[in-house]
Design a protein around this ligand. Structure first.
Ligand code: GAL
Length: 843
């Protein structure tokens, strides 16, 4: 090997991997110091089980390219210890491999061990068997709980130590977290809560990991635990301990989606504003919650009603594609902040107040100064005089001047491309038009009891209605409640008008009386207990009532969220109503008397059966499903409780694969035996609350503005990670619960369809397609004073005549191109104001 290539190898090693020697991590009030260097830590959450091992390297690479130096993740107890003392770290649960992938990229890691996570994860990350241990009380001074918690945290810490993953051992983990936002709920646990948090702190300390511990949203965090902030804005946060640096563990990049709700959107401008302000006001660590949020595969979505997509409007979208302009706009901010690391972490600080929420903050160190000009006013731009120069700071923005003279970045001026994402048809499946998969099907069937009340494979029979997860341990969404009773022909309940009334804590109920479906009902988002009511017909003799109760994600947040009830709570009544016509006549025509007879069934004998037959038969898994008979003809549509199966070819190329489930109702889908999550297309979000425009200015709070997708299914497309696919031979299985039509189901790829930009003079505009596609056509380009927005750009009063041809030359036929937004490159415009370049270019 030539000596130059040896040199290259060695330098590549040092560039891209962290040194494998111990790092000393310490902190003071101003900064976290790693190995003697005071650091600005730019971090992003990526939860390993919400993507796949095959996705990890590229997600982490894109995070690094986006200017992050740290990756944060929770540890998900329920994923690793789904059954007590049986641990699973395989596949996308391979925490060690995930951390090593981070380390291989030369990034640091923050490990939020919890083990309470929240995270819109089922039951907040706790395994449900925990709930069923006698005497347990969650997240408080309770020996049973504390024993289980410390058992799990010890398993994790020991594993990390064994693999030398703490920075003190040469690994990537620079910070760990114990508990999560306990301060938000501590009041509800009284004094026991206070003792519990002290116990958590002691437990964490006892591990002697050699790296600091944090407790987010814990205003009384016992020293040396560092109290950190979560929220949309944390610039005004101060930790409780004077020795703690100002850390932001969750900067919410958007918000989660839920069945029945619209899509939240947080703008790139507002994100950048929040980050810039945090560093203006002395921040040292900020973490995007989330940076890549991913997918709630399987039954991991919490709730109730969290969707399978956990997109969260993150810089990397659910599928791992760049969410532009968010990714690019933040990247530029990160690079700039990092270039100012020394002055920000060592410098002296002074500020000038200009009124109306406008402040200049000046950091000075070693003869160098850097400035932030922040305008927190939601409507008014500010014009300020700083050292005899006039600057305009747009409303709700921060300008950064690394030399306190030239504005290099303003959070409201986005110079990154906006990608218009599209779904492309699956080119591998060469169907004749129209595209249609070939389906097979199989009925699920309804459970029932025999004439003696016996139910095959039932779990138990008791004279009581039981809470759902207490019975199922949450091994399935489905629990059958079965009972029967006799009616004599003289029974007054046999009136003309009989109804079944069931009170349930949700989330969905399907009711069957004497083998006939009498109705189904689901809770509307936010109100999960409801009364189901349906007309029924009773027989003389034996009558059977079968109720199937379905959960859609267990609660993950709030005081005592673990005790939130699910399933049929009762009363369950059969009510017979009869109009007493004799009496009615005496009272006159207008009035009549109704006699009501109620049969209460709550204390009847109820037989419980967990799960679906198809679940036990493992119909979702091609290794098992072939053992059962599937039908090819007379494909039923809009029929409840049907399993469907089809095969398809993996789409060619490298773009992420999605399946469009439009037409289906509600259920669960699997590809080659891997769950791609629950789906629910028949529940549409409300028509109200979306608007075509979105003002980044003013406080964002998750659902107060900028929502999209009104009146549509909350989630139409479902991610099929490429590592679930095998070339031409793939199986999709769905269990359809409400009834739907599979004929429109389609596999597609998600990619960039076109790129738009509205870049300011002085910036460099990077434009890119994706997945090997090149720019084919420019729909619009004007350098000067263009008007309008992406999709409706128009030329202004002045423009350069040569800009279009310059951009054509630079971009057409290329996958990416870079444009210097200046008159010297794009030609003189003759405009008086600063020029802007508007482009819309097709991939
Ligand atoms: C926080 C919590 C996170 C996540 C986030 C919002 O309260 O700590 O785990 O749930 O809210 O989605």
């Amino acid at each position: 090997m030539a000596s130059s290539s040896i040199f290259l190898l060695i330098s590549a090693f040092f560039l891209f991997t962290l040194p494998l020697f111990a790092l000393n991590v310490s902190h003071d009030a101003r900064a976290i110091t790693i190995d003697g260097e005071r650091r600005i830590l730019l971090s992003g959450s990526i939860h390993y089980p919400r993507s796949t091992t095959g996705m990890w390297p590229s997600l982490i690479k894109k995070a690094k390219e986006g200017g992050l130096n740290t990756i944060d993740t929770y540890v998900f107890w329920s994923a690793h210890e789904a059954q007590r003392r049986q641990y699973d770290f395989s596949g996308n649960r391979d925490l060690v491999r995930f951390l090593k992938t981070i380390q291989d990229e030369g990034l640091y890691a923050v490990l939020r061990i919890g083990p309470y996570a929240c995270a819109e994860w089922n039951y907040g990350g706790f395994p449900v068997w925990l709930h069923n241990i006698p005497g347990i009380k969650f997240r408080t001074k309770n020996d049973v709980f504390m024993n289980e918690m410390s058992n799990f945290t010890t398993v994790i810490v020991d594993m990390m130590k064994h693999e030398k993953l703490f920075a003190s051992q040469g690994g990537p983990i620079i910070i760990s977290q114990i508990e999560n936002e306990y301060g938000n709920v501590i009041e509800s646990y009284g004094n026991d809560g206070k003792e519990y948090i002290q116990w958590c702190a002691n437990l964490a300390q006892s591990y002697q990991t050699g790296v600091p511990w944090i407790m987010c949203q814990q205003p009384d965090a016992p020293s040396p635990m560092i109290n950190t902030c979560n929220g949309w804005y944390c610039d005004q946060f101060t930790p409780n301990n004077p020795n703690s640096p100002k850390m932001w563990t969750e900067n919410w990049t958007g918000w989660h989606r839920a069945w029945g709700l619209q899509d939240p959107h947080r703008t790139a401008e507002d994100m950048a504003y929040a980050v810039a302000r945090f560093f203006q006001y002395g921040g040292t660590f900020q973490n995007y919650y989330m940076y890549h949020a991913g997918t709630n595969f399987g039954r991991s979505a919490g709730g109730p009603y969290i969707t399978t997509s956990y997109d969260f409007d993150t810089p990397l979208d659910e599928y791992g594609n760049l969410n532009q302009p968010k990714w690019g706009h933040l990247k530029q901010l990160h690079l700039l902040l990092k270039s100012m690391e020394k002055v920000l972490t060592h410098g002296s600080v002074r500020s000038i107040e200009y009124g109306n929420n406008t402040t200049a903050t000046i950091y000075s160190y070693d003869g160098k100064s850097s400035c932030f000009f922040g305008n927190g006013n939601a409507e008014d731009d500010a014009t300020i005089n700083f050292e005899n120069t006039i600057y305009t700071v747009p409303a709700w923005s921060v300008s950064i001047l690394p030399d306190c003279f030239t504005e290099v970045y303003n959070t409201a001026k986005v110079n990154s491309q906006t990608s218009v994402m599209v779904k492309k048809e699956n080119a591998a499946d060469d169907f004749e038009e129209p595209y249609a998969l070939k389906w097979q099907w199989r009925d699920e069937g309804i459970e029932h009891s025999d004439k003696n009340g016996f139910v095959k494979d039932s779990l138990m029979t008791v004279e009581q209605l039981l809470e759902q997860k207490s019975v199922t341990n949450d091994t399935s969404d489905y629990l059958w409640y079965i009972t029967s009773f006799n009616v004599k022909n003289t029974d007054p309940i046999l009136g003309k008008d009989t109804t079944l009334q069931v009170n349930t804590n949700g989330h969905i109920i399907h009711a069957f009386v004497n083998g006939r479906h009498v109705g189904s009902q689901y809770a509307q988002y936010g109100k999960f207990n409801f009364t189901f009511e349906s007309k029924i017909k009773l027989n003389v003799g034996r009558n059977e009532i079968v109720l199937l109760s379905v959960t859609v994600g267990l609660a993950n947040y709030g005081p005592n969220f673990d005790l939130v009830q699910t399933g049929i709570s009762g009363p369950v009544n059969v009510v017979g109503r009869e109009r007493l016509d004799d009496l009615t006549q005496k009272l006159g025509d207008e009035k009549f008397i109704i006699q009501e007879v109620t049969k209460e069934l709550a204390f009847n004998k109820w037989t419980y059966k967990v799960g679906l037959r198809g679940e036990r038969q493992q119909l979702h898994d091609p290794l098992h499903s072939h053992r059962w008979r599937w039908f090819g003809d007379n494909l039923p549509t809009n029929k409840m409780f049907v399993w469907y199966k089809t095969s398809f070819k993996a789409p060619t190329g490298s773009d992420p694969v999605v399946v469009d489930l439009m037409g289906l109702g509600k259920g669960h889908a699997w590809v080659n035996g891997h769950s791609i999550g629950r789906y629910w297309l028949s529940y549409l979000s409300s028509e109200d609350g979306c608007s075509p425009t979105c003002d980044y200015r003013g406080t964002y709070s998750g659902d107060n503005k900028c929502k999209t997708n009104c009146g549509k299914p909350s989630q139409r497309w479902y991610h099929v990670p490429r590592d679930f696919l095998n070339g031409d031979d793939n199986t999709l299985v769905v269990f359809e619960e409400f009834g739907g039509n599979p004929w429109n189901v389609k596999f597609q790829t998600a990619t960039v369809g076109s790129a738009c930009a509205n870049a300011h003079e002085g910036s460099t505009l990077e434009l890119a397609c994706q997945g090997g596609t090149v720019f084919s056509r420019i729909r619009f380009a004007s350098f000067g004073s263009p008007k309008g927005a992406c999709g409706s750009f128009g030329a202004g009063q002045c423009e350069s005549p040569s800009a279009l041809s310059t951009i054509q030359k630079a971009c057409i036929g290329k996958e990416r191109c870079s444009i210097d937004v200046s008159e010297s490159y794009l030609g003189p415009t003759g405009c008086k104001e600063t020029n802007r370049l508007a482009v819309e270019i097709i991939c």
